[in-house]
Design a protein around this ligand. Structure first.
Ligand SMILES: [Ca+2]
Ligand SMILES: [Ca+2]
Ligand SMILES: [Ca+2]
Length: 184
């Protein structure tokens, strides 16, 4: 869910049938049926929103704000108490990257980056989870279907400085095209 949608939905949940309460009178917390918004007691700015995104009564999303700017949303998609998805937003509340933990142990091992239109552009993976990228995939629009994306380049064999040793190129129909050796 986009940050702007999240804030809208939560505020609706909180303020249904009445004006939103003044945070100064509610100990800088506003509770709604779908979550709780927490405000900075000094500045009065929105700081954090905990939210039940699938409406099953259990909080699963934790978003960090500076007033109307969403900085990060942490999600526990399977609701086991451990964060497995992190969404990072830029200063315009647009999503910048999404990190996930494939083993759901709160260790990030995959990072996805969108292009300017919000479509998947790049995925980086840390296969052995040592903190260094082992695989980087680049995606391009599918020729006949501009709203879907297809793998174009795969980089592997990274050195310690983070440079790939080989680049594999793929055709728009998904077929392997050629390999480029970047390092001997
Ligand atoms: Ca939930
Ligand atoms: Ca989890
Ligand atoms: Ca690695």
């Amino acid at each position: 869910m986009r940050a702007t949608t999240l804030v809208f939905v939560l505020l609706i949940g909180i303020s249904a049938c009445s004006a939103p309460p003044d945070p100064r009178r509610t100990n800088f917390e506003i509770r709604g049926k779908e979550g709780v918004a927490k405000y900075d007691p000094k500045t009065g700015r929105l700081k954090k929103m905990d939210y039940d995104s699938n409406k099953n009564g259990k909080i699963d999303s934790f978003s960090y704000w500076d007033a109307t700017r969403c900085i990060r949303i942490e999600m526990d998609q399977n609701e086991d108490g451990k964060i497995d998805r992190w969404e990072y937003y830029d200063e315009h509340n647009k999503i910048e990257r999404v990190a996930t933990s494939s083993r759901d142990d709160e260790v990030q091992d995959t990072w996805s980056y969108p292009d300017a239109a919000g479509f998947l552009a790049r995925v980086e993976t840390d296969l052995n989870r040592d903190g260094a990228i082992d695989k980087r995939e680049f995606f391009v629009p599918r020729p006949a279907d501009p709203v879907s994306r297809v793998l174009s380049v795969l980089e592997i064999d990274f050195d310690q400085a983070g440079n790939p040793g080989r680049r594999l190129y793929y055709r728009p129909n998904g077929e392997f095209d050629r390999v480029e050796r970047v390092r001997p």
